[in-house]
Design a protein around this ligand. Structure first.
Ligand code: ADP
Ligand code: MG
Length: 737
């Protein structure tokens, strides 16, 4: 409707809103048809890749079994899609590229049950408003085909007969020739070709009976070349490569509760070994390639919570829903669909993925266990440790300097000791303060009940049955000589010298102590409640330092929140059996004493909590208890301090204005410029930490090992105990002692 009342003292668009209401309203005009069409076209065909999507979908709708895409200049110069589908009738060619001409929909109600990709009759028309379109097509039984070009929705000439092979070939040239700004942006932005390759790859793995190819114009080799197959996994292998395909697990879920969601999901998801910078999520809903950011996020959350290292998964998922539950018409490019009961559908998929990932985690853990048949193997849940068990002791030692949490003054982990009421040496003085806590804890215990827990008895038996008697003799009667480096100690037994990995040995000792003291722990009270969500975020950041992506804070918050919830849910059991006290606000309050005179390094609290939330099998009693003991063991083990050892090359770390060290060095305090160029405060802290640890190894760890450690057989072969055979080595070690 045209509005034509007052004279045209129209306010300009630039004028402020308040004034505009006082002034005369602007005139409203009806836009020219060609402008309308061009605007609409710009919306439907936003980028070359979307033109390809529309053309490929048309080819699929035409029942093609072979679709090839050729692209020049990222699609700006040429996009050509050829198929072997049913073709287009000669008599339809005049209206083919008019807006709203389609063979797929006639009444609005058809939208409810529509199975074809297209339905709006807009794609081809749009392309003719922003590019030059040429169609060559032949239908079955014809002797020749026709070729015709279109501009602005209409044929430029009558269709010319031509030779043609079965199907249709549509060529779009000079895309956006008349939208200068768009063309410029696209020319400057990185090539759309990669997006087109990605798109065709996605179609190829879902539509396995169709053979796809995608190549640059003039190139001999196609960048995507699929073959007809019945197996989706084979298709993934062909398109994404064996390195992706071999890390995939098949997954399915379904729900036919009419009150909730009715759906069937099948697909493939990556396992813990798949490491990528970005999530790849190929999602088809009722065979439409769509995006669903809520689902993608939900899946990422499950991965980060279950397999933190593989938090960016590869997902191929096909979801079938009753068509009346899907609104396909909510997005101009049909990129998104709206689903009924989206929330519950996402939840069902989340839990299916979660249990699949848990299983794969468990399988890996117990596979290792089967080989080494030692409880130690249960520490190997994390992939990096598992791959190379003998080097696990060096994990913290090898932490690159820029990953050392304390070096960043903005990072609160350096202040963790604030939560810590007493240092290791003064713990005994605090004992009276703890007495009341202990009494409270003991009162709530029911010793008979814990004795009744057969799984803890089984774990004790497992330890007993797995003793390596030779190592037991060594442990009982050895003399401690000294540390050879950050993780290896030298022991003498009879006339032999042994190197012992103190990290592995202490981990095992603590694990066994946790089992033995089960439900009978004394408590270590933290001086201040330690907020679990914050600590978890710290741990996640530390794990994730390699990724430069800062945008996933939301995700980290979400994971931290989920993990805190989980720990809060388990709080009663953790308190009852392990004296790990978590309050209802989500604060860590108390930890157990595994060995008198020893307290864990509080710098490792964040990863302990992350591990407690993620590495514990909460399903089965025995596994649950075992994994909690393992997580505790790892936390209490005598890892090298987080600060590098100033006795060796680590001294570099304490230099002020270091040239060779990366930007973390900037955070070192410069308060004492008169003393060399070393940060004396940090250095002193490090020296104390290292000296303390050395003292603990000699006076706490080895005496306790003599008393309590039952060395498992695996320790003889995994590098925990190594007999030093050569004299040269001997001298080296003595030199360093
Ligand atoms: P829609 O796909 O929404 O129907 P399009 O503008 O994409 O609208 O296509 C218009 C019509 O042209 C389609 O309905 C279809 O009948 C015909 N068509 C387009 N591409 C092909 C093709 N590759 N093979 C056969 N028919 C086609
Ligand atoms: Mg279409």
């Amino acid at each position: 409707m045209e509005i034509d009342e007052s004279s045209s003292a129209a306010a300009t668009m630039d004028e402020p809103q308040e004034e505009a209401s006082a002034a005369q309203p602007p005139r409203i005009y009806r836009l020219d048809e060609s402008v309308v069409n061009r605007i609409a076209a710009g919306e439907v065909i936003q980028r070359p890749v979307l033109a390809v999507k529309e053309l490929v979908e048309n080819s699929l709708d035409a029942g093609s079994t072979s679709i090839s895409v050729t692209v020049k200049d990222g699609g700006l110069k040429l996009i050509q899609v050829s198929d072997n589908g049913h073709g287009i009738r000669h008599e339809d060619l005049p209206i083919l590229c008019e807006r709203h001409t389609t063979s797929k929909l006639s009444t609005y109600e058809d939208l409810q049950t529509i199975k074809s990709m297209g339905f709006r009759g807009e794609a081809l028309a749009s392309m003719t408003y922003v590019g030059h379109v040429t169609v060559t097509t032949i239908t079955e039984g014809q002797l020749h085909g026709y070729r015709v070009s279109y501009r602005d929705g209409v044929m430029e000439h009558v269709p010319k007969p031509c030779a043609a092979v079965k199907g249709t070939q549509i060529m779009v040239e000079n895309l956006f020739y008349n939208i200068v700004a768009r063309r410029k942006t696209l020319q400057n932005s990185s090539d759309d070709y990669a997006k087109i390759v990605d798109l065709v790859s996605r179609f190829a793995i879902h539509n396995t009976p169709v053979c796809f190819s995608c190549r640059k114009h003039g190139a001999n080799r196609a960048d995507v070349q699929s073959v007809t197959t019945s197996s989706k996994l084979d298709a993934i292998k062909t398109v994404y490569g064996i390195s992706v395909a071999r890390e995939l697990m098949e997954i399915s879920a379904s729900d036919d509760n009419p009150d909730q969601s009715i759906f069937k999901m099948t697909g493939f998801i990556s396992n813990a070994n798949y490491i990528a910078k970005k999530t790849t999520m190929v999602l088809f809903i009722n065979d439409r390639l769509v995006e669903c950011s809520a689902l993608k996020r939900a899946i990422e959350v499950v991965y980060s919570a279950t397999l933190p290292k593989a938090a960016k998964p590869f997902i191929y998922m096909s979801i079938e829903l009753p068509s009346e539950h899907v609104d396909v018409n909510i997005h101009p490019t049909k990129r998104e669909v709206s689903l009924l009961n989206q929330e519950s559908l996402i939840e069902t998929i989340q839990s299916a993925i979660e249990s699949k990932l848990m299983n794969c985690n468990n399988t890996r853990t117990f596979q290792t266990q089967a080989v080494s048949s030692a409880p130690e193997s249960s520490f190997s849940i994390r992939k990096d440790i598992q791959k190379n068990p003998s080097s696990s002791g060096g994990k913290f030692q090898k932490t690159p300097i820029n990953r050392v949490v304390r070096t960043d003054s903005r990072d609160p982990s350096g202040r963790l000791h604030a939560y810590w009421s007493n240092g290791p040496s003064s713990q005994h003085q605090k004992k009276s303060d703890l007495a009341s806590v202990r009494i409270a804890v003991r009162q709530r215990r029911n010793p008979r009940e814990s004795a009744d827990l057969t799984s803890i008895q089984e774990l004790l038996n497992d330890v007993d049955q797995n003793i390596h008697s030779g190592l037991l003799d060594i442990v009982k009667d050895c003399t401690y000589i000294g540390l050879a480096d950050d993780v290896l100690a030298v022991l003498q037994y009879s006339t032999h010298l042994y190197l012992v990995n103190v990290v592995n040995a202490s981990k095992e000792l603590m694990y066994q102590q946790a089992i033995r003291r089960f439900a009978h722990f004394s408590a270590i009270q933290l001086s201040e409640p330690a907020p679990i969500p914050e600590l978890l975020i710290m741990a996640l950041k530390d794990e994730d330092l390699k990724s430069t992506d800062d945008n996933d804070m939301d995700l980290k918050n979400k994971i931290a929140e989920m993990n805190t919830e989980l720990l809060k849910q388990k709080a009663e059991m953790l308190e009852e059996y392990f004296c790990i006290n978590i309050d209802q606000e989500g604060n860590l309050m108390r930890l157990p004493v595994l060995l008198e005179q020893h307290t864990p390094d509080m710098d490792h609290v964040p990863e302990f909590l992350l591990s407690l939330a993620n590495d514990v099998d909460w399903e089965n009693e025995k596994e649950c208890l075992q994994t909690i003991c393992a997580v505790l063991g790892n936390f209490y083990a005598m890892h090298p301090p987080v600060l590098p050892n100033p006795a060796g090359d680590g001294i570099q770390f304490y230099k002020k204005n270091p040239k060779s060290i990366d930007d973390t060095g900037d955070d070192l305090k410069n308060e004492n410029p008169e003393k060399d160029d070393l940060d004396q405060e940090l250095l002193a802290e490090a020296e104390t930490a290292w000296a303390q640890r050395e003292w603990n190894i000699q006076h706490v760890l080895f005496p306790s090992m003599r008393l309590f450690l039952k060395p498992p057989k695996s320790m003889a072969t995994d590098g925990t105990f190594v007999q030093v055979a050569s004299l040269e080595k001997l001298y080296k070690i003595f030199e360093r002692c």
